[in-house]
Design a binder for this molecule. Structure first.
Ligand code: SF4
Length: 402
């Protein structure tokens, strides 16, 4: 297919596809799906080989958020029966992180619900980063604490944070439909603050909230402009008790097309499959490894993932390898330059699956996957049987899944 040859050539040159090309990927048919995966897989392997980076989420503070992000089980007024607890102590967080690192993770994502941290919260997280790094020198730590005030990104950097996550989530034009308590511009501002402080920026999206193909392309092109080092792609987990509980719009095929589109637009960036991987990709997860070079190990913030052992077996069975602590994730031209200095564009919040993962529910219109393109995959039946509220790990007395 000419389209795919063009996209591979552009991906290998880090050249931005046109909007029409990105939209065309989302509109491919199921008959062409394996060709799409194979093409995007060439770009993935060019920049990241067969390595899969494992990330591990530690939910430092769960639930009780005053913000109203419709997709989020921790939102104001959420009836989702999730764990609710206030800040973990540094040694508790360090214990949870150690389980993920022992399971093969090289990055720990420290996430807290809320609009954004107070200066005291930054102190707490700084103590937690120190506790984790004292035990594990090589670990990468990403903080995900919401909207940052002036100076907080610099303080987190000084405390040893390597990265900061804040997702754009959806297009600017539909952002007001999913959240009323803060704006898209607030989110962009925080990603820029992280960049400016020398933190590696991580920013991604949530698919499946009823958005159109144009919205998906908009948010991914906006991410490319912001130039984060990593882009988490969340697939909405429609939590009972949230406004988006009925938004079951995704099929495994649609998820693969979305990941392929993100790979073509952000070819040399760490693309991470985040929340909703098991719920929406299901038995197609191994194919998604040909597109993304990064996943979360084990559980998410408020929902359970498949067993960490199953994650590792899947990676090995699919012919990939877990990226080691000594291996550099990003291609050389990105790894050396610091976050604010990537040439050539690139992609780069708090929720929707976590570092992308304060998972959520759904709003914004009601386009179904079948309506969204000619791909032929009908919108899926609700798979509420696959949504399990997290009852183990951080904030409980039970061992974490790692
Ligand atoms: S995504 Fe973050 S800010 Fe929004 S409701 Fe959830 S915890 Fe609060």
């Amino acid at each position: 297919m000419d389209l795919l040859n063009t996209l591979v050539d552009k991906g290998l040159r880090r050249e931005t596809p046109t909007r029409a090309e990105a939209l065309a990927v989302l509109a491919t048919s199921d008959d062409d799906l394996l060709d799409v995966v194979a093409a995007a897989g060439k770009v993935r392997r060019h920049w990241f080989g067969r390595r899969v980076k494992l990330n591990y989420l530690v939910n430092l503070k769960s639930g009780l958020c005053p913000e109203d992000c419709s997709y989020c089980s921790q939102r104001l007024g959420s009836k989702a029966d999730i764990l609710k607890y206030t800040w973990l102590k540094p040694d508790e967080a360090s214990e949870a992180a150690a389980a993920g690192l022992a399971g093969g993770a090289k990055r720990v994502c420290l996430v807290a619900s809320g609009r954004g941290p107070t200066d005291r919260d930054v102190d707490r997280v700084s103590d937690t980063i120190k506790a984790i790094k004292d035990r594990n020198e090589d670990v990468e730590v990403c903080a995900c604490l919401g909207l940052l005030s002036d100076g907080q990104a610099e303080r987190l950097r000084e405390a040893g944070a390597d990265a900061y996550n804040h997702n754009l989530n959806t297009s600017e034009s539909t952002y007001g439909d999913i959240t009323s308590t803060h704006t898209y511009a607030d989110r962009v501002d925080t990603v820029r603050k992280a960049h400016a402080a020398g933190l590696s920026a991580c920013s991604g999206l949530i698919a499946g909230m009823g958005e159109s193909d144009d919205d998906l392309v908009d948010v991914v092109f906006s991410l490319r402009e912001l130039d984060p080092d990593s882009v988490p792609v969340n697939f909405l987990i429609p939590f009972e008790g949230t406004p988006l509980a009925k938004e079951w719009n995704l099929t495994p095929q649609r998820c693969l097309r979305i990941l392929a589109m993100v790979r073509f637009v952000c070819p040399d960036v760490e693309v991470r499959i985040a929340g909703g991987r098991e719920v929406h990709l299901r038995t197609m997860q191994p194919l998604a490894l040909h597109l993304a070079n990064s996943i979360f190990l084990g559980d998410y913030l408020t929902s359970e993932g498949q067993a960490g052992k199953a994650d590792l077996e899947m990676i090995a069975d699919a012919g990939f390898e877990v990226e080691g602590a000594g291996q550099v994730t990003l291609p050389e031209h990105r790894a050396g330059g610091g976050c604010g200095s990537h040439e050539g564009g690139g992609c780069g919040p708090h929720e929707g699956g976590g570092c992308g993962s304060h998972e959520g529910g759904g709003v914004c219109g009601s386009a179904t996957a079948a309506e969204a393109g000619p791909g032929g995959s009908a919108a899926e039946e609700p798979r509420t049987d696959l949504v399990a509220v997290r009852r183990r790990g951080a904030g409980t007395d039970l061992a974490p899944n790692a």
